[in-house]
Design a protein around this ligand. Structure first.
Ligand SMILES: [Fe+2]
Length: 357
């Protein structure tokens, strides 16, 4: 019988950059001329947002945010090492990376062998040095689990869950950051170079009606006014059901499987109602409280429209995890919720394990 561990963590791309760039998404947003000037003026911001932004554009606060995130990531890594997984199943968004205009699958198992992947392409393009002071062309080996991935896809399809699969990453595009950064950040001390565990990535079309329309998420309001929305992404309840189906499919194996939700919660750049200036912290807190309480009914009742309204697109990865750990009856050992106004997204971390007798 398989053994399971559940983890949730962030893949916040700007954590791979330096403190001077960590508020870069807000800085980009503040240059949008269609956002009312008084709202872009820090004098109108909440006390916390002003404190984080301070007089240095968030540079000092970035050090504190980084320390908190790295500490929580290390806690996840310790749980992972103690568990000694054979494989990591990672749910992560594809943000206009592997999947573009040709086809956008709701879910896709990436059945890849080991891959050499440039670690810092996103930060290089953003003009930020990487946090480790490594060369821009530094690459890491992402350990794949092609056979396990193929078998899992097959089992899911036989169980009635029509799963897409991919045998080759898209050429001339970033490797999906949700997967890459999971390895980078779980092995933060070594910039991802020494994480020994193979990964079964399952991409989730978290961006749904914005997958192509906003080409990865960031958009100016002038473009949003005329955007041609895509079909919606998979519903939160379907993602929850996928998580449950994945663990049922793996249960009969003898693998030690770490199940990982990879994403932050609401993203400021996706919250139109806050003019992309802040994440929807109230909506995040509501779901976090339900998460801690094991209130699956509240999560299953969330609609795709509510997810989009709150900029919680990437939380679909967490719906997969919540469905999986609930199906297994795993115990939530620990979780924490990190709030911020200037570093784009609130971040959640969690560890679930099997009850020991
Ligand atoms: Fe993401």
């Amino acid at each position: 019988m398989a053994k399971f561990l559940g983890l949730g963590l962030t893949h916040y791309p700007l954590l791979a950059g330096t403190d001077a760039h960590m508020a870069g998404l807000l800085r980009w947003t503040l240059a949008d001329p269609d956002i009312p000037a008084d709202l872009r003026d820090s004098a109108s911001w909440s006390p916390r947002m002003r404190a984080e932004w301070s007089d240095d554009g968030g540079v000092a606060a970035a050090a504190g945010h980084r320390a908190t995130l790295v500490d929580n990531l290390a806690r996840c890594r310790r749980a992972l090492d103690e568990f000694r997984p054979d494989v990591l199943v990672v749910w992560g968004d594809d943000q206009y990376e592997n999947f573009r205009e040709e086809v956008v699958p709701p879910f896709c198992v990436l059945a890849y062998d080991d891959l050499q992947v440039p670690a810092f392409e996103v930060m290089n393009e953003r003009g930020s040095p990487n946090a480790w002071g490594l060369p821009e062309d530094f690459t890491i080996t992402l350990h794949g689990a092609a056979d396990t991935s193929r078998t899992l896809a097959s089992e899911l399809i036989e169980a009635g869950f029509d799963m897409a699969y991919s045998y080759r990453r898209r050429a001339a595009a970033h490797f999906p950051h949700a997967i890459l950064n999971t390895q980078l950040f779980l092995d933060y001390d070594n910039a991802g170079a020494t994480l020994p565990y193979p990964i079964v990535p399952i991409t989730v079309n978290c961006y749904g009606q914005h997958a192509i329309a906003r080409k990865g998420g960031l958009a100016r309001f002038a473009d949003i006014r005329t955007e041609r929305l895509d079909p919606v992404g998979p519903t939160p309840a379907r993602c929850y059901d996928l998580g449950a189906a994945v663990v049922r499919a793996l249960a009969a194996t003898d693998l030690r499987v770490a199940l990982i939700a990879s994403s932050s919660w609401s993203h400021a750049f996706l919250v139109d109602k806050t003019w992309h200036l802040r994440p929807d912290t109230d909506a995040d807190r509501r779901l976090y409280d339900a998460f801690v309480a094991g209130d699956t009914a509240t999560w299953r009742a969330v609609t795709g429209a509510e997810i989009v309204d709150a900029g919680q697109h990437e939380m679909l990865n967490w719906f997969c995890l919540f469905g999986a750990v609930t199906e297994l009856g795993l115990r939530r050992d620990w979780s924490t919720f990190v709030e911020t106004d200037v570093f784009n997204s609130n971040k959640c971390f969690a560890v679930f394990s099997e009850e020991t007798a």
